[in-house]
Design a protein around this ligand. Structure first.
Ligand SMILES: Nc1nc2c(c(=O)[nH]1)N[C@H]1C(S)=C(S)[C@@H](COP(=O)(O)OP(=O)(O)OC[C@H]3O[C@@H](n4cnc5c(=O)[nH]c(N)nc54)[C@H](O)[C@@H]3O)O[C@H]1N2
Ligand SMILES: Nc1nc2c(c(=O)[nH]1)N[C@H]1C(S)=C(S)[C@@H](COP(=O)(O)OP(=O)(O)OC[C@H]3O[C@@H](n4cnc5c(=O)[nH]c(N)nc54)[C@H](O)[C@@H]3O)O[C@H]1N2
Ligand SMILES: [Mo]
Length: 696
């Protein structure tokens, strides 16, 4: 293999890597190493999507890696659960004790053991390879990994046939771009660069978001609808396209399924009705539909039409009707034939494009016929508190957490904390830092960062595979997740040879012969061969091969076959006690709860804030800087108010996701969010949450 071993002999050759964070951009990194120390991380200029540019957060990656509070050796709890008191132990002592504890539980019922992980690293190897093998061999409960994208993913699968869509680079050629439920400048910067290029060439940009985000500031128009009303807006756009005949009839006939039924439903949504639901004006809907319809084949009098593109992001599907809203929005391009152009269509996620060899990495065959139950990560609060029952199975007795910080990020943290605080729960946390979750561990095991291990990546915002080489040796006694599970497997007596495979071997297995691994080794990235306009002639990966407005698969599962507007569980104006809707979108300088402890980034964000509209603030005697109490039936949270028009009337924005222990009273916004689920996909409803606010 053509390893570029980075030693002091070639101190100036940067090491090629990949950003591991949960972000659509999956950037190619170049790390400069001197004397074995990573001194700088930059974007790789050779990778077209990264284009040499990183976000502020990731350019601080060395500051995070060499943070004085990095966990660099195993720790064992000495104080009460959650008190955060630990003493150092050796790896040998930690792993043998953990193995003894897990053995004892597994002997009664392995399903009492639950892995809890998400996307702290998106790398295919450090997320679900050795760890998945370990838990499959054990026969532990499976985790339903739903906390981010489950509803939207289902919406795409039942409309387009998969997590597929436009190629992101072609947004630079679009004439109209709807940025829908996405604060791209904060959360998808490298998409924004394409949108901005289109803007410079005269494209119109429209942002659809309850919050006047940094991205809304830079668009030509901003439609500040109420949270969870996107489905109603999409239906009303359709109604307008129909009544004005801004349609591509040829595309509808050839390449879609269920048009007559969808048409009948959409006609029930004139702008006046939708405007009331969405909290906007009928004119805003008419104008939006006119701009979109102007790109239809019939509107421009030819078969081609103009190129209208939609960039959705997951912000709009964290509500009860999230999947239905995504179904409706993903249907729009077919109405006007936008897919005929490479610069038209919709993109929510590209992850379905990647030929990941999941079974090779995760080895479900190790289950050997056992079918353990699945636990939804969104309801971890309730599930940790559930006793054994016939329906639930055994109570959860052990929790192994890696790549996730559930005490901060899971909804209804009051319950989550109560669960983690159980003295009879055995908890192991693999981490870089003493997070809110690590505070509740019995053992904290030190994990390596992306600069210290191998990995291979797909992306959900572009279609390139990236390789990550280690730039530096593991710090202290830290080990890659894979190595920790390899060693734990040995302590458990697991003898399958797959527990001996190296990280480099796993990197090769991730794509098997679907991707030229030597090219990856040479260049650091490889572009998947995908068509420029994937659905110009239908070929949707649905059962019918058409864009499915109507889904027989959903009917078979007992759902409505057609998408509809599904109101929030907690819709505005349905509670006199809690009259305000709260959304909690990401803060620009954090990545979920990652980076909150990096001083330079925390200083940029300041402190946990609640944005509130001047009218809502005045009605409560609240001024900017006041400490406020935000509360509902699930809990109460204190922070400072920022009175401004980033918040629309009736909606407050609690930017997330802060570490609880760095907040004013040791809580964060998730003290208020609920464990209620989405319409499809069992996803979370973080942005479907009513609250009241008062001066504290
Ligand atoms: N800087 C930064 N980047 C990130 C993240 C981060 O935490 N910080 N998180 C990453 C993760 S985990 C993901 S999943 C991706 C995508 O992450 P997303 O969370 O989808 O990120 P945003 O693009 O910020 O989109 C959220 C936007 O949706 C808006 N929104 C909230 N409710 C609604 C609604 O009901 N309708 C509509 N139309 N809009 C709504 C919010 O106000 C916000 O501006 O980004 C990733 N990128
Ligand atoms: N209120 C509210 N809550 C939210 C959201 C919101 O918008 N509002 N967003 C939701 C979304 S979209 C998501 S995706 C989830 C995200 O939730 P999580 O996936 O839990 O994301 P993070 O909070 O970033 O925590 C990841 C942790 O993994 C650790 N880590 C990183 N790399 C490694 C590694 O290689 N090994 C090990 N062992 N650990 C590692 C990091 O140090 C970090 O503490 O949060 C959700 N929660
Ligand atoms: Mo996410």
């Amino acid at each position: 293999m053509s390893h570029v071993v980075l030693t002091d002999a070639n101190p100036t050759t940067p090491v090629r890597g990949a950003c591991p964070h949960d972000c659509p951009d999956t950037c190619a990194l170049l790390t400069t190493v001197q004397n074995g120390v990573a001194i700088k991380v930059q974007g790789n200029p050779a990778h077209p999507h990264t284009d040499g540019v990183l976000c502020t957060k990731v350019s601080r990656y060395p500051e995070r890696t060499y943070h004085p509070e990095r966990i660099l050796q195993p720790y064992k709890r000495v104080g009460l659960k959650g008190a955060g008191q630990f003493e150092p132990v050796s790896w040998q002592a930690a792993l043998s004790d953990i193995a003894v504890r897990l053995h004892a539980i597994a002997a009664r019922n392995p399903q009492a053991i639950l892995p809890y992980s998400y996307a702290g690293t998106m790398g295919l190897v450090q997320s679900e390879s050795m760890a998945a093998r370990f838990f499959n061999q054990l026969g532990a409960s499976q985790l339903e990994r739903t906390i981010c994208a489950a509803a939207g993913g289902e919406g795409l699968v039942h409309t387009l046939g998969g997590k597929v869509g436009m190629r992101v680079e072609f947004f630079s050629q679009s004439k109209l771009i709807l940025i829908w439920g996405s604060n791209s400048i904060a959360s998808n910067l490298h998409f924004w660069r394409y949108a901005h290029a289109a803007k410079r060439q005269g494209a119109k940009l429209i942002c659809i978001d309850p919050r006047k985000s940094e991205t809304a500031d830079k668009c030509h128009e901003h439609i500040a609808l109420l949270p969870g009303t996107d489905g109603a807006l999409a239906l009303s756009i359709m109604q307008q396209l129909i009544v004005h005949d801004w349609l591509d009839h040829d595309y509808l006939t050839r390449y879609t399924l269920g048009w007559e039924q969808l048409k009948a439903r959409a006609l029930q949504w004139p702008p006046e009705r939708a405007a009331t639901v969405c909290g906007i004006t009928p004119e805003q809907i008419q104008n939006l539909a006119r701009d979109y319809g102007a790109c239809a084949a019939s509107a421009v009098g030819g078969a081609q039409g103009g190129s209208a593109a939609i960039r959705m992001n997951y912000g709009l599907q964290r509500v009860h009707g999230g999947a239905n809203a995504v179904r409706l929005i993903a249907s729009l391009p077919a109405l006007i034939g936008a897919w005929r152009h490479r610069a038209g269509g919709v993109l929510l996620s590209s992850s379905g494009t990647f030929p990941v060899q999941k079974a090779a990495l995760q080895r479900p065959d190790l289950l050997a016929g056992r079918t353990p139950r699945s636990i939804n990560m969104v309801t971890i609060g309730d599930d940790l508190l559930r006793p054994a029952s016939a329906a639930f199975g055994p109570a959860i007795e052990a929790l192994i957490v890696y790549n996730s910080n559930p005490v901060a990020v899971a909804p209804e943290s009051g319950k989550v904390v109560q669960g983690f605080a159980r003295e009879d729960l055995f908890t192991v946390v693999l981490e870089h830092f003493k997070t809110d979750t690590a505070d509740y561990a019995d053992y904290i095991l030190p994990a390596t960062t992306q600069l210290e291990h191998w990995d291979v990546h797909s992306s959900y915002g572009h279609t390139d595979v990236l390789l990550n080489r280690p730039a530096i040796a593991p710090l202290g006694q830290a080990k890659p997740n894979t190595q920790i599970f390899r060693e734990l497997a040995a302590h458990m007596g697991f003898v399958d040879p797959c527990f001996k495979e190296t990280d480099e071997a796993l990197c090769r297995q991730a794509y098997g012969d679907q991707v030229d691994f030597d090219a990856l080794l040479d260049q650091g990235f490889a572009t998947l061969p995908t068509p420029e306009a994937p659905f110009a002639h239908g070929h949707f990966p649905t059962p019918s091969g058409r864009c499915e407005f109507f889904s027989q698969r959903l009917v078979d599962q007992g759902f409505d076959g057609l998408p509809d507007h599904v109101p929030n569980h907690e819709a505005v104006a349905t509670s006199s006690l809690y009259p305000l809707a709260m959304i909690s979108p990401p803060a620009r300088n954090f990545l979920n709860s990652t980076f909150v402890n990096v001083n330079s980034l925390r200083q940029s964000e300041g402190e946990p804030l609640l944005e509130i509209h001047p009218a809502d603030a005045a009605a409560r005697g609240i001024a900017s800087g006041d400490t406020v109490r935000v509360f509902n039936s699930r809990g109460s949270y204190r922070c400072h108010a920022r009175v401004n028009e980033r918040a629309r009337p009736g909606v407050v924005n609690g930017l997330g996701v802060w570490w609880r222990k760095l907040g004013l009273d040791g809580t964060n916004v998730n003290q208020l969010t609920s464990q209620k689920l989405t319409d499809l996909g069992h996803g979370p409803t973080f942005y479907d949450c009513l609250v009241q606010v008062e001066r504290a």
